[in-house]
Design a binder for this molecule. Structure first.
Ligand code: NAD
Length: 363
């Protein structure tokens, strides 16, 4: 028997698309759920909280307490029985599949975990979608599927030769989706994100990886940890790359813009068609530039230690976002690194314990 609210989610509501957001307790998924809820979609979050935060879900629940707006289901996407039950008991129109383990370094240490969590779970989600005739899929892919292309910027035509299990697992998931699409009328959009930064400009959500993942961390997290004094400083690996200042160059996309790309992808998804889009700014920024922007954004002097290159890092990666601009009418608007980092820092400063109890920071 379904609970009272279960009966709401079990039926399609005319004019209101019901979006299953997998990984909605995570960084990008929670920001996407917030945008979808603001845009009047009905949202179901499925997450096993292995990496996400129940606190993020609570923020969303407090903002949208009305029945039929948002439900959270604790489940593991690797559990086929549980997933089928969820699809049986909910009338989804769209799946935005964010849930994944997503650290390149970790994927080289635990490759099987990555193939299982990313490739095999995507297969299960797709099977459940097909069995329950869910019409639209928006898939979170990554620039890591391109590997180390010789020519920049990266277009969607750039050959995909991933060089680590994370990129390979995502590429395999893309391949499964593409093969499936040939015999299906599902509307599919595959978005290949570049490096995601920033947080909700209104300060309701932020990026809060579990503390044990700090070592795996991405550059913005490491800069903020250094600014907060949690770590002594930032270790920049490699100063002799063939780039303007010798440090690696990446394309940083603000999460608000990224989420907007999902909404535009959803609006433009067409039955029986697959759209593949890079989501980046088109502009590469060096690690040195990033650190300088972070110092200004936080007002803290971040100590930087320059070390030798880390194996497996590539010099330069940035996107050509013209396809998504022309076809979906999307452009990145938060392209000022310092501004994006200042917004994220505001949340970090007021959430020293992440989504745990609030704490104050000395200025
Ligand atoms: N953050 C980036 O820079 C970036 C860049 C490119 C692509 N991506 C992709 O975007 C997506 C979201 O990344 P993120 O940065 O928000 O990561 P995140 O770790 O913050 O969020 C992932 C969420 O998925 C959940 N999850 C993981 N495995 C699950 C499972 N088996 N069942 C249910 N839930 C599960 C986690 O608990 C977490 O809440 C991922 O698919 C990632 O590969 C991220």
């Amino acid at each position: 028997m379904l609970a009272k609210h279960g009966r709401i989610y079990n039926r399609h509501k005319p004019g209101v698309a019901h979006v299953l957001v997998t990984g909605g307790a995570g960084y990008i998924g929670s920001h996407a759920a917030l945008r979808l809820l603001n845009d009047s979609y009905r949202v179901t979050i499925v997450d096993n909280l292995s990496r996400g935060n129940l606190g993020a879900v609570k923020v969303l629940q407090d903002l949208f307490p009305e029945p039929g707006r948002l439900q959270f289901i604790y489940a593991d996407l690797g559990d086929a029985k549980a997933i089928n039950k969820i699809f049986r008991e909910n009338a989804f129109d769209v799946v935005m599949h964010f849930a994944a383990v997503a650290y390149v370094g970790e994927s080289t240490v635990e490759p099987l975990r990555y193939y299982h969590n990313i490739t095999s779970n995507t297969l299960l989600v797709l099977e459940a979608m097909a069995a329950h005739r869910v019409k639209t899929l928006i898939y979170s892919s990554t620039c890591a599927t391109y590997g180390e292309p010789k020519k920049m910027p990266i277009t969607e035509e750039t050959e995909q030769v991933p060089i680590n299990p994370y990129g390979k697992a995502k590429k395999m998931a893309e391949d499964i989706i593409l093969d499936f699409s040939k015999k299906s009328d599902m509307a599919i959009m595959i978005l290949r994100y570049f490096n995601v930064i920033g947080s909700d400009p209104e300060g309701r959500l932020g990026e809060s990886p579990h503390p044990e993942l700090r070592e795996q961390g991405r550059i913005s997290g490491a800069c903020f940890d250094a600014a907060r004094g949690i770590i002594p400083g930032l270790k920049v690996k490699g100063t002799d790359y063939k780039t303007a200042d010798g440090t690696c160059v990446r394309d940083y996309i603000d999460v608000t813009d990224l989420v907007d790309a999902h909404v535009k992808a959803l609006a433009n998804a067409k039955s029986g068609k697959v759209g593949i889009y890079n989501v980046g700014t088109g502009k590469g920024r060096s690690v040195k530039e990033f650190v300088e922007a972070c110092k200004k954004a936080t007002g803290k002097d971040i100590k930087v230690e320059y070390l030798d290159r880390r194996p497996g890092d590539y010099a330069e990666v940035y996107s050509d976002p013209s396809k998504i601009m022309w076809e979906l009418g999307w452009t990145a608007r938060y392209t000022d690194l310092q501004e994006s980092l200042a917004i994220a820092w505001r949340w970090q400063k007021s959430h020293l314990n992440g989504y745990g109890p609030p704490a104050a920071i000395g200025q």
